[in-house]
Design a protein around this ligand. Structure first.
Ligand code: PLP
Length: 445
């Protein structure tokens, strides 16, 4: 088992100090690294942050976020492109602020996300609004703040948006989300770009829908978009979807409807468990080869990455409460649970689990579980860990779809969040109290 990559200038940890459960490459390396046998984020010791703020605690590396963004920026160098961070991956204000300051736009899927992005100081014009079920109130609010574009997902939505805009005396900028129906046999991991899926407009209905949109007086056609799924680890589905989309662009423009921008959605995967998705710049080098060959290389582009910008920039710190040996299984009960880290319960997803101060020796095999009263409340299964009660662990790759999916089940307050920048840490969200949770509730008199 090889040691995780150490940052330059830091002595790599000795192999004996790394628990055998340590993944061969720590997800989130090099910003999360071992130094003198302890796990650090950038210049700070994670156990110091856990002691200062308590657990469970989400910790994010600003440098890791900016590095992930830089890979996209390199991929788009010399092109006209807007990177719209898909904020449902992690919608905390402090995280939005990092991407806003770096010049990103934002992809939102609800009126609540719109209010968050405005609260982070972002101009509505830098925001695009996706989602299959936009309400009239959400449309009105988005028009009020001058939204950059609505990504329309059905023919019915087109009519409603036209009505709402007309009533306000405004014109709604739109793009239509097409469902490219990429072959599931060759790419079975794609989950949103298939027929029989609730997202987008069927490929064969697209031209007719654009023709309808062009006749609606309070809509202005701006572009076209697609989003084929999430945690995609290969380039081929993107290339296939792009070809299908460019065929449509040619047909739509031949019908006299010009498209200003092409939006290829998000979906690029990250390394959770030895996954090897292409880097964003390498992926886009391949996509631009295709775009250039087909004469589209100088268009205006948009993309909507979520997970790949934040997923490996965050960890969740948690304390081992109890070790519970069993006949068939040993359980390691931690103070984080499915309400904090919902991905294992929802998708049987894998998160690496790493002690903040790994001990020598192989330890025992544990199911790592939370305190919530559900058998589905597990965070990791069959993990070889050398542990004692009170040890601190990092659940890795927890920057995306963890805090933003967190709930109050079992009346557990949501965790606190810290953003680290070098040797500086900022508490960007306080731990939620019981009083916070009960605010707005009433006893009946
Ligand atoms: C969720 C979503 C994204 C982001 O997906 P990731 O897999 O997190 O990159 C982008 N666009 C749309 C429309 C989405 O729903």
């Amino acid at each position: 088992m090889s040691a995780p990559a150490a940052s330059p200038g830091h002595a790599p940890a000795s192999p004996e100090s790394i628990a055998t459960s340590m993944p061969s490459l720590l997800p989130g390396a090099p910003h999360f690294h071992l130094r003198d046998g302890e796990l650090f984020v950038e210049g700070l010791r994670l156990s110091d942050l856990a002691r200062m703020h308590g657990t469970p605690l989400f910790v994010y590396s600003k440098a890791a976020m900016l590095d992930a963004l830089a890979a996209y920026q390199r991929g788009f160098a010399g092109r006209r492109a807007r990177i719209c961070y898909a904020m449902k991956a992690n919608s905390s204000l402090g995280v939005l602020q990092v991407f806003a300051q770096a010049g990103c736009g934002f992809d939102i899927v609800s009126g609540g996300e719109l209010e968050r992005v405005l609260a982070a100081g972002v101009d509505g014009a830098r925001v695009i609004f996706s989602g299959v079920g936009k309400t009239r109130a959400e449309m009105r609010r988005a028009l009020e703040v001058g939204i950059g574009c609505f990504n329309v997902e059905s023919e019915a939505e087109l009519e409603v948006l036209n009505e709402v805009a007309a009533a306000m005396g405004k014109t709604a900028p739109i793009s239509i989300r097409v469902n490219p129906d990429v072959d599931p046999k060759t790419h079975p991991y794609i989950s949103t770009g298939l027929k029989g899926n609730k997202f987008g407009i069927a490929h064969e209905r697209t031209l007719a829908t654009y023709q309808r949109a062009a006749t609606l007086p309070s809509l202005k056609v701006k572009g076209i978009d697609c989003h084929i799924g999430s945690q995609i680890t290969q380039a081929e589905p993107y290339l296939d979807a792009m070809d299908r989309m460019l065929d449509l662009v040619e047909a739509i423009e031949a019908a006299g409807i010009p498209l200003q921008h092409l939006d290829f959605g998000g979906g690029l995967g990250i390394n959770y468990n030895g996954d090897t998705p292409p880097q964003a710049d390498a992926l886009w080098a391949r996509l631009f080869e295709r775009l250039d060959a087909r004469g589209f290389g100088q268009r205006e582009f948009m993309i909507e990455p979520g997970r790949s910008l934040v997923g490996n920039a965050g960890v969740c710190l948690t304390e081992v409460l109890y070790l519970k040996p069993g006949e068939q299984k040993n359980f390691c009960i931690i103070d984080a649970a499915m309400n904090d880290l919902p991905r294992p319960a929802m998708y049987e997803a894998f998160h690496a689990i790493v002690p903040l101060a790994p001990r020598a020796g192989s330890g025992s095999c544990y199911d790592v579980v939370g305190p919530v009263c559900e058998s589905g409340d597990w965070i990791g299964r069959d993990r070889l860990l050398n542990l004692r009660c009170g040890d601190l662990l990092a659940v890795m790759s927890a920057g995306a779809y963890c805090m933003s999916m967190a709930s109050n089940y079992n009346t557990r307050g949501r965790a606190a969040e810290v953003l680290v920048d070098g040797t500086r840490s900022t508490l960007i969200r306080e731990r939620e109290s019981a009083a916070d949770q009960m605010r707005g509730e009433r006893l009946v008199d």
